[in-house]
Design a protein around this ligand. Structure first.
Ligand code: GLA
Length: 389
């Protein structure tokens, strides 16, 4: 019975999506978007001083140069609607208004993102966009918004395909190209229906700053999220990306090697790279993770292929991602807490013959596939290679 209901639900969704007239603005994200979002570190404690300081740090700390582009304020910037229904920003925390903040960010050559929700209220109980899609999209365009993250709280009785299509169409008609980041947590399998609706869609509930913890309300560690991406590869590509949620790198509750593994995987599975830490205040080692240009090149590869798992022996896995020039990015993953000598099953990653191996964290050539027969990997760690064609 349950299976029957599920099937019915997806048939309805498929029908609505095939007959919907979504007109999302194309070509905004030929490679996964890169930027920063306030939520993972700051939650509801957002204000214009913080956002401006992050924009400054973006430039001085080399994030802009490395390709990060969008600065996104998540929930809690909004407080009410005025008599005409226009959304009003919290004037205590954003005294200069959102347009002035967008101008500040644009003046630095960066792009500006904002958050709303398809429900009546956001997840933090601020006014949502349900019934106000057109007026909100037009307001964002007027303010100079370049990116909208659109959440899924307080949506009882609302159809996801319709709700996201309505906002997508309103954005397309606003006259400003705005990346549409859908955040309905994978509940209605947006990867099946949203290619023409959004530019990216969340595939799971919220990431937590941990290896594999689970929260009662659904939050989870990044390795659990990673496992939930298996099989979704075919839905991603230039212009439309699976979103396994923002980065937790640098938020303090994982070990250095665990953050390296997290960033390596987000690079390999062509995830949006949205930093979620305090960019104003971080160690050099965390900066070096987020700014690893060789990992970023894998993420931003123009073929836009989402890497996938190609070998699974319990705690030991191999994942690979073909790159546009014939190179292959490969991760050898040790999920166990103990060190492991990993047999280098190159063939599992589709690599034949004798190839040069470049280590993405050592930033150097480390030998050839014929010579490298075993790879020694610390507990909870990866070795991340780019194998030359
Ligand atoms: C949801 C989203 C998060 C964040 C919060 C804000 O939980 O999934 O990413 O935007 O809402 O309230």
């Amino acid at each position: 019975m349950i299976l029957g209901m599920n099937k019915m639900f997806f048939l309805v969704i498929l029908f609505v999506s095939l007959t919907s007239t979504a007109q999302k603005t194309q070509n905004l994200v030929p490679t996964p978007p890169m930027g920063w979002n306030s939520w993972n570190k700051f939650g509801c404690n957002v204000n214009e001083k913080l956002i401006k300081e992050v924009a400054d740090a973006f430039v001085t700390n080399g994030f802009k140069e490395a390709g990060y582009e969008y600065i996104v304020i998540d929930d809690c910037w909004q407080i009410a609607r005025d008599a005409k229904g226009k959304i009003v920003a919290d004037s205590v925390n954003f005294p200069s208004g959102i347009k002035a903040l967008a101008d500040y960010i644009h003046a630095k050559g960066l792009k500006f993102g904002i958050y709303s929700c398809a429900g009546t209220r956001t997840c933090a109980e601020r006014p949502g966009s349900h019934g106000y899609e057109v007026i909100d999209a037009n307001t964002y365009a007027e303010w100079g918004v370049d990116y909208l993250k659109y959440d899924w709280c307080n949506t009882a009785g609302i159809d996801p395909v319709k709700a996201y299509t309505d906002m997508s169409n309103a954005l397309a008609k606003s006259g400003r190209p705005i990346v549409f980041s859908m955040c309905e947590w994978g509940t209605s399998r947006p990867y099946i229906w949203a290619q023409n609706v959004g530019h990216l869609w969340r595939t799971t509930a919220d990431i937590q700053d941990c290896w594999d913890c689970k929260r009662d309300w659904g939050g989870m560690g990044w390795t659990t999220i990673l496992d939930m991406q298996v099989g979704l590869e075919k839905y991603a590509g230039p212009g439309h990306w699976n979103d396994p949620d923002m980065l937790e790198v640098g938020n303090g509750h994982m070990k250095y090697n665990e953050y390296i593994a997290h960033f390596s995987f987000w690079s390999l599975i062509a995830a949006p790279l949205m930093a979620g830490n305090d960019l104003r205040n971080m160690s050099d080692s965390i900066k070096n993770i987020l700014l690893n240009k060789d990992a970023i090149a894998v993420n931003q590869d123009k073929a836009g292929i989402q890497g996938k798992k190609v070998y699974d022996d319990g705690d030991f896995e191999i994942w690979s991602k073909p790159l546009h020039n014939g190179d292959v990015a490969v991760i050898f993953f040790n999920r166990n807490e103990k060190k492991y000598d990993f047999p280098a099953h190159w063939e599992k990653a589709g690599i034949k013959g004798n190839k040069q191996v470049f280590d993405i964290w050592k930033h150097s050539e480390v030998g050839t596939t014929k010579k490298i027969k075993t790879i020694s990997i610390d507990g909870h760690s990866v070795v991340f290679f780019r194998v030359k064609k």
